[in-house]
Design a binder for this molecule. Structure first.
Ligand code: HMG
Length: 433
């Protein structure tokens, strides 16, 4: 059967489902039923989801969890997290509870500058290009007035434009490198519209004032935002670290610092360490309708900014005080995009008290720090599997289609036994015999 298709986008949703089931799912009724089972019966809500993307055939659900007890800058938050991985929400909640009684998290936005670039080629004289740029810069700003007027009225807008000479890397390559303040918006559309206008004006004016042509390659924002930075921190006297898993706080603090130092110097460890941080970050970014791909790309570029991929968190002990912190670039929005459209995103933002973008940056950074604290605490004490597998137990039981009664018996059994995949299989097999 022919598996390529022309005009798929023009088919109705029902036709698209039929086509995919017949061409890629061997006509399976069960697969078709699964696709249809996830379609919302509320037609308006479904249409909203259909229109978020293209060629929609169903919905892909992720659980939305809550990690309560986050004391951040003396305000208590219950943080919504959208994630499929077991133990992440529990770990965040546990870290939140731990730090709630030890002063809570402190977070602070350091800067909020976003970046966009017009990439262009120019084969002519550098000095003449620089002189032309200096002369045309006011015009570049003037021609974007229609785009920037609302943002400016709110206190944001274009901060600056500079000409960057990149000819040492690619022959004839230059950039208009622009910086922006986009306030509570993530700002992608605003920035890209400004950049495309810069490109238009720049090219048109160059025709009249430069002897060689300016060839625009592309105009696009950068998701690398090292000047859109937030810091989150926890701190307490070492002896206050004591809890049910930490009998010797001195030893714990020492091992914790060693674990962080290893992630600072060893990229293989740093990637996993940072993955744990992103467990927290992505889950809140997703729940609040932000672009987690942009956040991921920007954060990992930042982690490698010194030429070697390294830890996003750091720890120190000074005068008997343990301090653990992160500094992260996070370009987030609390207005525009999905934040105004997705009903669950609206609820998530309401749960967080309708935060400004700056407050959301603080909350997200804290979620990442908390996640990393929980993971490192487990790794350096009990090992990760104990807690992770305890939370994963339900997934294994579901794989075996365990009934509610079987679940109850097995969960009770594993209150006093270590959860491993094989131990669960053994227990369920024994129970069924
Ligand atoms: P525990 O000590 O067994 O928990 O920890 P507990 O039963 O004593 O409960 C203490 C608190 O933990 C609870 O307080 C909750 O806040 C939370 P309470 O609600 O009772 O007032 N908690 C839960 N919250 C919701 N549902 C639950 C639940 N259980 C506890 N079922 C826990 C168990 C899993 C929390 C702990 O072992 C832990 O933090 N482990 C770390 C897990 C982790 O990091 N998971 C991420 C996935 S692993 C990974 O991908 C990243 C990694 O590779 C990164 C790296 O290498 O750095 C590890």
């Amino acid at each position: 059967m022919q598996k390529s298709v022309s005009g798929f986008s023009k088919l109705t949703k029902t036709e698209k489902i039929e086509w995919i089931v017949n061409h890629y799912l061997s006509g399976s009724k069960a697969s078709k039923d699964t696709l249809l089972q996830y379609v919302n019966s509320d037609e308006k809500l479904q249409q909203l989801h259909d229109e978020f993307i293209e060629n929609t055939i169903s919905n892909y659900y992720l659980p939305l969890g809550i990690a309560p007890n986050f004391k951040i800058n003396d305000t208590l938050y219950a943080i919504p997290m959208a994630i499929e991985e077991s133990s992440v929400v529990a770990a965040a909640s546990k870290a939140a509870k731990f730090w709630m009684s030890r002063g809570g998290f402190k977070a602070k936005v350091i800067a909020t500058t976003k970046i966009g670039q017009v990439h262009f080629m120019f084969p002519g004289d550098k000095q003449k290009l620089q002189a032309f740029f200096n002369a045309v810069k006011p015009q570049l700003l003037e021609d974007t007035k229609d785009i920037t007027k609302n943002m400016e009225a709110r206190g944001g807008g274009i901060l600056d434009i500079i000409l960057k000479d990149k000819t040492s890397e690619i022959d004839g390559y230059y950039q208009l490198h622009a910086t922006f303040e986009t306030l509570d918006a993530m700002g992608a559309n605003f920035i890209n519209s400004c950049l495309e206008q810069f490109a238009k004006t720049f090219k048109a004016e160059a025709k009249n004032h430069l002897e060689a042509p300016v060839e625009i390659v592309m105009s696009i924002l950068s998701n690398y935002v090292p000047d859109c930075l937030v810091r989150a921190e926890v701190s307490c006297p070492i002896e206050d670290l004591k809890d049910k898993n930490i009998a010797d706080p001195e030893l714990f603090a020492k091992k914790f610092l060693q674990a962080v130092s290893i992630a600072e110097v060893e990229p293989y460890r740093a990637v996993t360490h940072n993955k744990g941080i992103m467990n927290g970050i992505d889950a809140v970014v997703l729940a609040t309708g932000n672009d987690f791909r942009a956040i991921e790309a920007g954060v990992h570029a930042y982690a490698a900014r010194n030429g070697k991929y390294s830890s996003l968190t750091h720890a120190k002990i000074e005068n008997g005080v343990f301090t653990f912190w992160t500094e992260l670039p996070l370009a987030l929005g609390t207005v525009g995009g999905l934040t105004n459209l997705h009903p669950l995103v609206k609820v998530a933002l309401e749960i967080l008290g309708k935060p400004s973008a700056k407050t959301l940056m603080e909350i997200v950074a804290v979620a990442g720090l908390a996640q990393n604290f929980a993971a490192l605490k487990s790794l350096t004490t009990t090992g990760i599997q104990e807690g992770h597998m305890k939370m994963h137990l339900m997934n294994i039981l579901n794989q075996f289609h365990a009934t509610d009664k079987e679940k109850e018996t097995i969960i009770h059994h594993f209150k006093t036994h270590t959860v491993t995949h094989s131990a669960v299989v053994e227990a369920i097999t024994a129970l069924r015999q």
